[in-house]
Design a protein around this ligand. Structure first.
Ligand code: DIR
Ligand code: MN
Ligand code: MN
Ligand code: MN
Length: 302
């Protein structure tokens, strides 16, 4: 199996600067060699090059919309090209607005080849804001809504078809911060959310069993891993920490259960912010969890 690393060094959609350094921090944490040690062929495609962050206030509910569109077009084309070659793309973000470019490319690929798509959204946040609902104007809080067709025209039509995905294809895990208007919209659109209350009561195992139910041999599983999914104790290097996230063990189980399906065919690793990290430990825990996503396990299992 061949995986392609695509660096997207930008914080264009975030509320804090520094996620632009994410790709390099993941490389410093040895993401490439570690994946190779699991028998994968790794192609590091280097970094995309896009507009600088002008660090301006929101305009009509969006910060940096033209630059966000440019970055997402670049990501879309890069991810689509890798999928077309039969490679498994790993997007190294960058902030989570880039999930729009990445997942719209995955959806387009699935239409090409007649596959079903399932999106696992591992995050502290639902990322389901619109310009009318957002408290910040930061587009990293909007990619799921945009993918489902709720967003500015130039952003939602990047993958051609609008909407790129249906809310029915999404499973969110680890959610613990949803803005008031966003909360209503999540319910209205029927997103399936396994929030921290659910994980507290039922456990990560039950959450993942349900989130991964009904995958079949024709399903393309996309994992969008916002590093702020993790508890800030183990992952301080993100722009928007939210207390009460999955522990190291819960996160490992989550990743191992995804690996067990054998269906993961694309991955985003986003929101890592080395400027806020401690000796690169968040990058290292992210790479450790990515190893589990690709099948690292303590013993062989039957
Ligand atoms: C907040 C924070 N919901 C917003 N969002 C995210 O600004 O829309 N932080 N995604 O990482
Ligand atoms: Mn996110
Ligand atoms: Mn988040
Ligand atoms: Mn495929």
């Amino acid at each position: 199996k061949t995986v392609s690393l695509i660096g997207a060094p930008t914080d264009i959609g975030a509320g804090a600067r520094g996620a632009s350094m994410g790709p390099e921090a993941l490389r410093v944490a040895n993401i490439g060699p570690i994946l190779e040690s699991h028998g994968l062929t790794v192609l590091d495609r280097g970094n995309l090059s896009g507009p600088a962050n002008p660090w301006q206030p929101p305009v009509e509910g969006y910060r940096h919309l033209p630059e966000v569109v440019t970055w997402n077009r670049l990501v879309h084309e890069a991810v689509y090209a890798e999928l077309s070659q039969g490679h498994l793309p790993i997007l190294l973000g960058g902030d989570h607005c880039l999930g729009l470019g990445s997942i719209s490319a995955v959806a387009r690929h699935c239409r090409d080849v007649g596959k079903k798509l399932r999106v696992l959204w591992l995050d502290a946040h639902a990322d389901f804001n619109t310009s009318a609902l957002t408290p910040s104007g930061n587009v990293h809080g909007m990619p799921v809504a945009c993918l489902c067709g709720h967003g500015p025209q130039e952003l939602i039509e990047i993958g051609g078809k609008v909407p790129a995905i249906s809310p029915k294809w999404v499973r969110q895990i680890g959610i613990r911060s949803v803005d008031p208007g966003e909360k209503r919209f999540v319910h209205e659109q029927g997103l399936e959310v396994f929030d921290m209350r659910y994980i507290d009561e039922m456990g990560m195992r039950q959450a993942m069993e349900l989130a991964l139910a009904t995958l079949d041999a024709n399903t393309h599983l996309h994992v969008s891993f916002d590093v702020d999914f993790l508890d800030p104790d183990i992952a301080p290097g993100v722009g928007t920490t939210v207390p009460g996230g999955p522990t190291y063990r819960e996160a490992q189980l989550c990743m191992e259960m995804i690996a067990d399906t054998g269906r993961m065919a694309s991955l985003d690793v986003v929101e890592l912010n080395p400027a806020l990290d401690v000796r690169n430990k968040t990058a290292m825990v992210a790479v450790d969890l990515i190893e589990s996503l690709f099948g690292k396990s303590t013993l062989m299992r039957r």
